[in-house]
Design a protein around this ligand. Structure first.
Ligand SMILES: Cc1ncc(COP(=O)(O)O)c(C=O)c1O
Length: 488
């Protein structure tokens, strides 16, 4: 059914679809007229009486349709004035940026799925949770709750509590050589969230690809891909990431202090190549300093960010120093990224919970955090030494790499013996959880075979037994001791 109508200043042809109700058909026809511009912003619509007469519908039907469109933002209706087309049109739904489907059972979820269900756990990614500094945390919590003003429980700056940003700025300057200013720090719920926010911000600014280390953390690759970005694999060798190969990407995610998972420290020429690339192309480097506090045999290498603060995002976390379940991490941003990352954080979850932030700030200010990290460093160093000594004695054919820093070691398997799958099966038979190196590769061709051993994971009392189980799984006689793959 088609009808024409003319009314006070507005000529419009409306086609009412005869299928369905008349009110629905009228609403659809009006929406269509507004969307296509036939009824322009500010135009008065006909009176309900005139339109009802023109279309041969009841006045109530027209009134109901106008009310509905006013509620949707297409029309503005004011008492005693003509109903008009709204100046601001309701936003058209936009096609979402295509995102990759989330795998039903991604590889990186495997180690979490079975966490706590095995007798011996030597998978990487966790500190010894039995050494969480509960007393110091409790003291700081009590102090915070006794002294914080009521305002501390209100919503706060999306960047995080000023107390923690100030404490971290001092700590990171002192301990990691970071060019840190509280105004450029954003506290996030884990590094994982920081990476996701940054990926989204970079994608919105036009970046389509990010270089990520190969091998690298599969969970972090998934986060970046989820923001609609392509991951360009950046090879790794004994000198860390091949930053000399950085090319046509908008950003690069690096683990300079201790490559994850292979364990190399980024060599000085690679550090220079990384910052030269960033300066030359305007690219952004994300420095994932996940275990930078744990260096055993010499002074820690200072942050890469300290050498190029305008181009590097420094990212740290409490997941290795305290506990991953705290979900407390921090980024120090180049000035130009502060505003968009803050806005992304605000949209994600307003801000990271304040109480944990205030407690950590108190621990840092009173140097309880320093004391805890120092004690943890000593404990993990002893564990590392025990691992290296035990493997040298009982499985001399494996090669142990990446032990100068961090909480995990790369144990390479010679190609003249069992591969990862067989070792995993033998480990499972002994109720020992391990993570094969294969899970860290995006493109597994020609890669070395090995295990990423998290020696910080077991509780202290269980470490000797876990080490014994590992050694017995690896105590075999290989036919030859050659290692496959680049860089090793
Ligand atoms: C390479 C790497 N970066 C960062 C982190 C910290 O992540 P989050 O702060 O999200 O716990 C981890 C933790 O396992 C990690 O392995």
């Amino acid at each position: 059914m088609a009808k024409d109508w003319t009314s006070s200043g507005v000529d419009l042809h409306l086609e009412l679809d005869p299928s369905g109700g008349r009110r629905d058909a009228l609403e659809r026809a009006l929406r269509d007229a507004i969307r296509t511009g036939r009824l322009g912003p500010g135009a008065a619509v006909p009176s309900t009486r005139a339109l009802a007469a023109q279309l041969g519908v009841s006045r109530g039907t027209v009134t109901a349709a106008y009310d509905q469109l006013a509620a949707e933002g297409y029309l503005t209706a004011r008492q005693g004035a003509a109903t008009r087309v709204a100046e601001i049109r309701p936003a058209e739904p936009q096609a979402p940026r295509p995102r990759p489907a989330l795998a039903a059972a991604p590889a990186w979820a495997g180690s979490w799925a079975t966490a706590g269900t095995v007798a011996h756990d030597l998978r990487p990614g966790r500190p010894d949770l039995g050494t969480f500094p509960a007393s110091a945390w409790l003291r700081s919590t009590r102090r915070v709750l006794n002294t914080a003003p009521p305002e501390a429980h209100a919503l706060s700056d999306p960047r995080g509590r000023p107390e923690l940003r100030a404490a971290l700025a001092g700590y990171l300057r002192r301990v990691r050589g970071v060019d840190a200013d509280p105004e450029r720090i954003v506290i996030t719920s884990g590094y994982a969230q920081a990476l996701g926010l940054l990926a989204r911000v970079l994608a919105d600014a036009g970046t389509s690809a990010i270089a990520m280390e190969e091998p690298g953390h599969p969970y972090h690759r998934a986060i970046v891909e989820c923001a609609g970005l392509r991951v360009a694999p950046l090879p790794v060798d004994d000198g860390g990431a091949r930053t000399d190969l950085l090319g046509d990407v908008g950003a690069a995610v690096l683990t300079p202090a201790h490559q994850y998972p292979a364990g190399a420290t980024l060599a000085p020429d690679r550090r220079r190549a990384a910052t030269a690339w960033a300066r030359g192309t305007g690219g952004i480097i994300v420095e994932d300093d996940y275990d930078g506090e744990f260096r055993y045999d010499r002074q820690p290498v200072g942050s890469l960010q300290g050498t190029a603060p305008g181009h590097v995002v420094y990212a740290g976390t409490a997941s290795k120093t305290l506990a991953p379940a705290l979900r407390l991490a921090w980024t120090v941003l180049p000035a130009g990224l502060v505003e968009p990352v803050t806005e992304a954080k605000r949209l994600a979850d307003a801000h990271t919970p304040s109480l944990g932030q205030l407690v950590l700030a108190d621990m840092i200010d009173r140097h309880a955090y320093d004391r805890h990290v120092r004690a943890a460093r000593l404990r993990y160093r002893r564990r590392r030494d025990a691992l290296v000594a035990a493997l040298r004695r009982r499985a001399p054919h494996v090669r142990v790499l990446g032990v100068a820093a961090g909480l995990h070691a790369l144990v390479l398997l010679p190609d003249g013996g069992p591969g990862e799958e067989e070792i995993m099966a033998r480990a499972a038979a002994r109720d020992l959880a391990l993570q094969p190196l294969g899970e860290f590769w995006q493109r597994p061709d020609g890669r070395p075979r090995g295990l990423v051993v998290g020696y910080s994971t077991p509780l202290q009392a269980g470490y000797p037994a876990a080490l014994d189980a590992l050694c017995s799984v690896l105590a075999y006689k290989p036919r030859s001791v050659r290692f496959v793959g680049p860089g090793h």
